[in-house]
Design a protein around this ligand. Structure first.
Ligand code: NI
Length: 182
């Protein structure tokens, strides 16, 4: 397994639509493994293939990789010592969406910026496994939020695209400047 470089805004691949996966082979499994390893290394809870330079409809997620919420009682277990629960979604499609939830979102491709985004609080997602088997499942709360964020990536969208137009322009300008000076 390998940790892959994660493209940052304004990389052009982040604005492009990913294409359906048609080959369910060893190479796809390796890419999914590498994406999981990259997500763990970067401390994210989800990653879309666009972010590592592959325009394919492939998403990985592990909500257990999230930092413990502040103010939680008891001792927090360091992230790397918690059991992993990796999920892989090939060709994910939104089937249903309902309810509303607002959470603070960040993204491994958007450095040093988070913002509140409103999303559906319950979704039904259809996808294929790495073997090409069809699956369907209901997700709620943070899992629903994370999957909608990753589906956005596959459509060439970032969470900052949900901001009101004026704020969005300001943020994108600032991020582009940051990227230039990096
Ligand atoms: Ni993201």
């Amino acid at each position: 397994m390998a940790v892959l470089p994660v493209h940052k805004f304004p990389h052009p691949l982040l604005k492009q639509e990913a294409k359906p996966v048609t080959r369910f082979d060893e190479e796809l499994r390796q890419l999914a493994d590498n994406m999981l390893e990259t997500m763990y290394a970067e401390g994210g809870i989800g990653l879309a293939a666009n972010q590592v330079g592959q325009l394919r409809r492939l998403v990985v997620m592990d909500l257990h990789a999230e930092d413990p919420a502040e103010g939680e009682g008891g001792e927090s277990v360091p992230r790397l010592e918690r059991p992993r629960e990796p999920r892989v979604f090939v060709n994910p499609e939104l089937r249903e969406a309902s309810g509303e939830i607002v959470t603070e979102e960040g993204c491994l491709s958007v450095v040093e910026f988070t913002a509140e985004v409103k999303r559906a609080s319950r979704i039904v997602l259809a996808w294929q496994t790495l073997e090409g088997e069809p699956r369907e499942e209901e997700f709620t709360e943070i899992a629903a939020v994370c999957l909608q964020h990753e589906l956005d990536h596959l459509a060439g969208k970032l969470f900052i695209d949900h901001l009101p137009p004026l704020k969005r322009q300001l943020v994108k300008k600032r991020l582009a400047k940051l990227a230039q000076s990096a």
